[in-house]
Design a protein. Structure first.
Length: 197
């Protein structure tokens, strides 16, 4: 059943701001928000629906922390107005898996220790899910390139890459194996034997 949310949670309604009803389908649930037409999708999620898994990093389209899926495609929610998505299916990190049944990417991020502070992680996982949906990344280099919009300030990139590559490989989407998995020894990193005397 659709719920009407009229003000940012925990705050009084914004005085004098012209608002309009906006209907959104988020993680399979219908919501109607009474919001100003310039409300970003990110603010609608965080401030009106308490879906704070989606993070606000730069708020300028530079970091990818706010990545969500709109009809399966990656979108920086800080750069997109909520009112533009009335006919869309929006998926956030809260909708990818459950505590009892994590999505393959969520599980892989845990298995590969692919985060430190975790602030970028929801965006990384949503972006990786979008990458899988696109089906364009076939090599490690392409994964690096196509995930480059998601910044990790902790520098957990190598483990993030391992997690994403594992899922892509399990889905049969990778055509090139460069020894990406955690603990694998890359050919160019093999230990050099000391010269014999
Ligand atoms: S918060 Fe949207 S790209 Fe940084
Ligand atoms: S894990 Fe801290 S920003 Fe990525």
């Amino acid at each position: 059943m659709s719920q009407v949310t009229q003000a940012p949670l925990g705050r009084p309604p914004v005085a004098l701001a012209p608002t309009q009803p906006v209907s959104l389908n988020i993680n399979g649930e219908a919501h109607t928000l009474q919001i100003a037409p310039w409300t970003t999708l990110l603010d609608a999620l965080r401030e009106y629906l308490d879906l704070t898994g989606t993070k606000k990093g730069c708020d300028h389209g530079q970091c990818g922390a706010c990545t969500v899926l709109v009809d399966g495609k990656r979108v920086n929610s800080c750069l997109s107005l909520a009112v533009m998505h009335e006919d869309s299916h929006i998926q956030t990190i809260e909708g990818l898996g459950t505590e009892d049944k994590l999505s393959p990417l969520q599980q892989a991020f845990i298995d590969h220790d692919a985060f430190q502070c975790g602030y970028c992680t929801p965006g990384q996982i949503c972006s990786a899910q979008g990458l899988i949906n696109e089906g364009k990344a076939k090599t490690e280099a392409q994964v690096r390139e196509l995930m480059s919009g998601n910044v990790c300030r902790c520098g957990a990139y190598s483990n993030i890459l391992s997690a994403v590559m594992e899922v892509l490989n399990n889905e049969g989407l990778i055509i090139e194996d460069k020894g990406w998995s955690a603990g694998a020894t890359k050919p160019d990193m093999a230990p050099v034997e000391p010269p014999k005397k």
